[in-house]
Design a protein around this ligand. Sequence first.
Ligand code: FMN
Length: 195
Amino acid sequence: MEFLNVKNIIAKRQSLFAQQMEIGATIEQEKIWKLLELGNYAPSHRRTQPWRFSVFEKEAKNDFFETLASIYKSTTSKELFEEKKEQKILNKSKNVAVVIAICMKRCDKGSVPVFEEQWAVACAVQNILLGMKSLNIIGYWSTPKMAFSAEMKDYLNLENEDQCMGFLQLGIPKEGLPEIPKLENGPIEDKVTWI
Ligand SMILES: Cc1cc2nc3c(=O)[nH]c(=O)nc-3n(C[C@H](O)[C@H](O)[C@H](O)COP(=O)(O)O)c2cc1C
C-alpha cells in the first residue's frame, strides 16, 4: 500500500455545499451503497458497530427537508424565527440529491461509554466522506440544531438512548463547477506536543 495514495485521498477530501450541487440531479443507489459499505469498515470499541444510517432520496428527501423546516419553525421562538432561513432549508431539496441521516445506536450500555459510540460513528462518517470524490459525489456533514431535537428522533424512529448526529447532504457537482480551493488546516506541528 502506497502512503502517497492514502495521503492523496485524505488530503483531497473537501466539504462542498448545496449551491455547488447540480439542481435536480440524482445519485445511483449503487453508489450510495458503496459509500455506506465504506462506513461499515469503521472501528468500534467492543465491536458494537453503533453506526446507523437512514437514506432519503426522491420524495422521501423532499419530505425530509419539509420536516426539517417544520422542526425549525416549531422549535424556534417567534423572535428568532426567520422566514428566509425556513425557505433556505426547503430550497436545499432542489440541489441535494440524497440525505443520509447519521445515527448512533446505543448498543453496549454496560461497558462502552456513549461518547465512544459517537466517536465510532464519526469514524464511519469520515470513511464515507473519503469515498465521495472517487464516485463524483460532493457534500458535507451538516449538524443543524434540529438534528438533536426530540421531533427528529421521532421522525427517524430512534429509541430513547439512540442519537441523531446530523446529516450527510450529498449531490452531484454542478456542470462546469471550477476546482474549489481546499481550506487548508494549519500545520500539524502546532497541534502536537512531542514528549
Ligand atoms: C461534526 C461536524 C459537523 C459539521 N457541521 C456542519 C454544519 O452544520 N454546517 C456546515 O456548513 N458545515 C458543517 N461541517 C463541515 C465543516 O464546515 C467543514 O468540515 C469545514 O469547513 C472544513 O472544511 P473541509 O471539510 O473542506 O476540510 C461539519 C463538520 C463536522 C466534522
